[in-house]
Design a protein around this ligand. Structure first.
Ligand code: BGC
Length: 748
C-alpha cells in the first residue's frame, strides 16, 4: 500500500543502547480556499500524540495500540474539518518509544528495539474544497523535527524523564519558529497497514490519595485502589528542582514502600520531573504504571494530597455483569477481580500491569469466561486473537506471549497456555454467539491441534518402555508450565524440572480437551474433519486415563489439581469422575477447606465440586478466611487479585479471580443454553452460607437478572429473562419459561 512509503524518521542519529528524547514533529501548511471536508490518516512506529493547531486529534491513549507490528500496524482516520482555519495551520505529532522499540518484558531482563530501532511517523492530510478540488499532502522530508523538548527519556514501562525547562510553548501551533529544528528523513514501513481495531484505551476512574509517612520517613501516597494508570500532579518550586514519583503496589511488612529486587529498580516504573519556575501540572504521555502507592522523592515543601490524582487507564469495554451478595468480603472480591481485569485489559490482555505487561496466552485462556461475564470482551479479544494467528509459527506452535516480546522460545507451545488459541475463541462463541470468531480463527486453531497431534506421536526418552496402548496420544514433548504456582511451590525449580521432563499429565489432558473443543468448532462451522478430531480427543483421553488414573488404581496424590483436571478437562469415564470428585471433596474437608491448586486448576475447582454434588464444600472453600485462601487476601486489604496465594509477587494478576465466573455461572446459575444466550439456563446452587445474591448479566440476547434469598429452608428466586429459559430450582423442579419476570420458591 502506498501509505507504507510515506513514513518519516524524526531522528537523525540514534544509538541502539540508550533511551531517547521523544520527538516533536511539525508541518505548517496554508489553506487558501473554503474547506468542505478535511481528513487525517496517521500512525507511528512508537506511540504518538497527534495535533491539529494544538488540538489533540484523539483522546485515545497508547496509539497506535499494540499489534504484531511487523505483520500489521493500525492507522487512524480523523475528520479534522473543524480543527482547521483559514490561512496558516499546523499538523504536529509527539512520538515516543512505546512497545515498538521501548522496554518490554520481565523487569530483570527488559528488552528494547523489539520491532525496530527507529521510531517513525506517517501522516496524510486530504483537503476537499468547496470548489470540488482536492489536495493531499503527507509526511515527507519537508517536515521538521526536534528532540530538544521536555521529554528527555520515555519508556512505556520504566517511566519518563520530563524536564519542564525545555518546554517549547506553541510548538504545535502556527507561527512557531522552528528554524532550529531539522528536516526529517524519509522512510518506509514493511508489514500491512490496517484500520484500527479493538477498543479504545481511555482515562477512566480517578482517586485522591492519603499521605503516609513510613517508619523510614518516606513520603508515600496511598490512592486506595491498585490499578493501571498514572498520576496527575501539581507542584510548585524553582526551575531545576527534580522530583521523582516511584509507583508500587504495596508496602513491605514494616510499612515502608516496597520496591522490587535491587537489580530491577532502574527498570521500574518511575517518573522523574524537573521543574520550571512556579506552579505547574503534569501527567505522563508515554508511560503507565501498575500501582496503588507512590513514593515521592525530593518533593519541594509540604505534600498536599489534593495536588495528586491517580487516573486509571484501560480499554473501554462495555460493562455487562454485576454480582453482589450478603457477604461484604465477596463483594470486595468481585470488585477486585473487575479491577484486575481493567488493569490487565490495556489494549491487550496482560498478566500484570507492573512486572511484565505481556500478553501471556495462559492467563487469558483461564480467565476468559469470567472476563466475558464482567464485560463485552468480543472486539478486544478478537483483535488479540488475530495477532495470535499472525504470530503462530509455521509448524503450528503458538507463542507463549502475543504480541511478541522476545520471551525465550522454549516457553512456546506450553499446554494450558498455547491452548488459549482454541479456548478463547470457543469461550467467545459460547458467550456471544458470533460464528465469525470461529471462522477467523479456524486455520490457527487447526494448525495448533495438528501440531499437538504431531508432538504426541513422538515419544520421550523416559517413555520408551511405556506400555500405554495409546502412547501415540500421550503428549510428552515440549515445555509445559504445568499446574504452576501451587501454594509453596518452588517456581524456579518447577521451570527447571519442566524443561528436563515434559509434564505429560497436564499436556495430555489439555491435548484431549482442546482437540475436543476444536472438533466442536469444526462442527459449528460445518467442516468435514469433526469425526477425525473427536476421535483424537477420545484417544488422548484414553492415554491420560491409562497413564494417570488406571495404572495406579486411581489418583494417588495430595495435589488437588490431579483430581480436578481430569474431571474439568473431561478425560475421565463417568465412574472415575464420581470417584475423583468424591475424593476431592474428602481432601478439602480433611484440609479444612484449604485449596492447594495453582494457576491451571484453581478456576475449575469450584465448578467441579458444584457440578458433582459438593456445592457446600465449594462455598466453604471459597469463603475460607485462613491465610492463603481467597478471602484472606481481602482481609489483608487487597484491592485487586494477587498472583500467588501468599501475595509476595504481583498484586494484580486476574488468574485466581476467575472464580468470579463460578459466582455468575453456578451461584447465580446464569448459563447460556445456546450460544450467545439465545436460550438461557438458570440453575442456581444456593447455600445457607450466603443469605442472598443479586446478579445481572446483560447478555447479547438481553438483560438477565437473578436475585435469590434464603429464609430458613425456603429459597426464593426472582428472575428477569429476555428469552426462552429453562429454570432448575434447588429441589430439582425444572420449568420452561419465556421472556418475562418471575418469582419461584423452592425447598433448599
Ligand atoms: C506471568 C504469568 C504467566 C507466567 C507463565 C509469569 O511471569 O506473570 O502470569 O502466565 O509467567 O507461567
Amino acid at each position: 500500500m502506498i501509505l507504507n512509503k510515506y513514513f518519516i524518521e524524526p531522528e537523525l542519529e540514534i544509538s541502539h543502547l540508550k533511551r531517547y528524547n521523544a520527538s516533536y514533529i511539525r508541518k505548517e501548511f496554508i489553506i487558501e480556499k473554503k474547506i468542505k471536508k478535511a481528513t487525517l490518516i496517521i500512525t507511528s512506529c512508537g506511540i504518538f500524540h497527534g495535533y491539529i493547531n494544538g488540538i489533540k486529534v484523539d483522546n485515545q491513549l497508547l496509539l497506535p495500540k499494540f499489534t504484531q507490528y511487523d505483520k500489521r500496524l493500525f492507522y487512524f482516520t480523523y475528520d479534522i474539518t473543524d480543527k482547521l482555519t483559514d490561512g496558516a495551520n499546523v499538523i504536529a505529532a509527539l512520538v515516543g518509544d512505546g512497545w515498538y522499540r521501548g522496554d518490554v518484558g520481565w523487569y530483570t531482563g527488559r528488552y528494547r528495539n523489539i520491532y525496530g530501532t527507529k521510531i517513525k511517523l506517517m501522516a496524510m492530510v486530504t483537503l476537499e474544497y468547496e470548489d470540488s478540488t482536492v489536495e493531499t499532502f503527507h509526511t515527507d522530508e519537508s517536515w521538521k523535527a526536534s528532540q530538544d523538548g521536555p521529554h528527555r527519556k520515555n519508556s512505556l514501562v520504566c517511566g519518563e524523564f520530563y524536564d519542564a525547562r525545555y518546554e517549547m510553548d506553541g510548538w504545535n501551533l502556527a507561527g512557531f519558529d522552528d528554524s532550529a529544528w531539522h528536516n526529517v528523513l524519509p522512510s518506509e514501513h514493511t508489514g500491512a497497514l490496517v484500520p484500527e481495531e479493538g477498543e479504545k484505551v481511555l482515562e477512566q476512574e480517578r482517586y485522591k490519595p492519603k499521605l503516609i509517612i513510613t517508619p523510614l520517613g518516606e513520603k508515600v501516597l496511598d490512592f486506595g485502589q491498585n490499578l493501571a494508570g498514572y498520576v496527575e500532579f501539581k507542584v510548585k518550586g524553582k526551575a531545576g528542582q527534580r522530583v521523582k514519583l516511584i509507583h508500587g503496589e504495596r508496602l513491605d511488612k514494616d510499612g515502608n514502600f516496597f520496591l522490587p529486587p535491587k537489580d530491577a529498580r532502574s527498570k521500574y516504573q518511575s517518573l522523574s520531573y524537573t521543574l520550571k519556575d512556579g506552579v505547574q501540572t503534569f501527567k505522563p504521555y508515554f508511560s503507565y504504571n501498575g500501582f496503588q502507592y507512590v513514593w515521592l522523592k525530593n518533593w519541594p515543601g509540604e505534600v498536599n494530597p489534593d495536588d495528586f490524582t491517580s487516573i486509571a487507564i484501560y480499554s473501554d469495554l462495555p460493562q455487562l455483569g454485576t454480582f453482589t451478595c450478603s457477604n461484604p468480603l465477596v463483594n470486595q472480591f468481585v470488585n477486585n477481580a473487575r479491577w484486575s481485569q481493567k488493569s490487565n485489559f490495556v489494549d491487550i490482555p496482560t498478566d500484570c500491569p507492573t512486572r511484565e505487561r505481556a500478553g501471556w496466552t495462559g492467563d487469558i485462556g483461564l480467565y476468559c469466561e469470567t472476563a466475558c461475564y464482567f464485560m463485552d470482551t468480543y472486539d478486544f479479544l478478537k483483535k488479540w486473537l488475530k495477532d495470535v494467528a499472525l504470530q503462530q509459527f509455521e509448524n503450528g506452535c503458538i507463542p507463549s506471549v502475543v504480541p511478541y516480546m522476545k520471551y525465550p522460545h522454549f516457553m512456546d507451545g506450553s499446554s494450558g497456555w498455547a491452548d488459549a488459541a482454541v479456548i478463547v475463541p470457543m469461550r467467545l462463541y459460547h458467550m456471544y454467539g458470533k460464528i465469525e470468531i470461529l471462522e477467523n480463527q479456524y486455520e490457527c486453531m487447526k494448525k495448533w491441534i495438528d501440531f499437538s497431534i504431531s508432538r504426541a506421536k513422538k515419544c520421550a526418552k523416559e517413555n520408551r518402555d511405556n506400555q500405554n496402548p495409546y502412547l501415540n496420544y500421550l503428549l510428552d514433548q515440549g515445555y509445559h508450565w504445568g499446574e504452576w504456582l501451587e501454594p509453596g511451590a518452588d517456581a524456579w525449580g518447577d521451570i527447571y524440572r519442566n524443561r528436563k521432563t515434559a509434564d505429560s499429565e497436564v499436556a495430555t489432558a489439555y491435548f484431549s480437551y482442546t482437540t475436543g473443543l476444536f472438533a466442536e468448532a469444526s462442527r459449528i462451522l460445518g467442516k468435514d474433519d469433526v469425526a477425525y478430531y473427536e476421535n483424537i480427543a477420545k484417544l488422548a483421553a484414553k492415554a491420560y486415563r491409562w497413564q494417570y488414573i488406571e495404572i495406579e488404581g486411581g489418583v494417588q496424590s495430595p495435589r488437588q489439581c490431579r483430581y480436578i483436571r481430569p474431571i474439568a478437562l473431561k478425560v475421565t469415564t463417568d465412574e472415575q469422575r464420581k470417584v475423583l470428585a468424591s475424593e476431592l471433596n474428602d481432601m478439602l474437608i480433611q484440609n479444612d477447606y484449604m485449596l492447594n491448586t495453582g494457576y491451571l486448576s484453581t478456576c475449575w475447582l469450584l465448578p467441579v465440586l458444584t457440578e458433582n454434588g459438593y456445592a457446600e464444600t465449594a462455598y466453604k472453600t471459597y469463603l475460607n478466611e485462613s491465610p492463603g485462601a481467597w478471602m484472606s487476601h481481602i482481609l489483608n486489604g487487597a484491592t485487586s487479585i494477587w498472583e500467588q496465594w501468599d501475595g509476595v509477587s504481583s498484586r494484580n494478576h486476574y488468574g485466581f479471580g476467575a472464580v468470579v465466573g463460578w459466582l455468575f455461572k453456578y451461584v447465580a446459575g446464569i448459563q447460556p443454553l445456546e450460544a450467545g444466550f439465545q436460550k438461557v439456563l438458570i440453575k442456581p446452587y444456593p447455600s445457607t452460607q450466603l443469605n442472598d445474591i443479586d446478579a445481572v448479566y446483560n447478555s447479547v440476547a438481553g438483560k438477565i437478572h437473578v436475585k435469590w434469598s434464603i429464609a430458613g429452608n425456603e429459597f426464593t428466586l426472582d428472575l428477569e429473562t429476555p428469552v426462552s429459559t429453562i429454570v432448575i430450582l434447588p429441589d430439582g423442579e425444572e420449568l420452561q419459561v419465556e421472556k418475562g419476570t418471575y418469582t419461584f420458591t423452592s425447598k433448599l
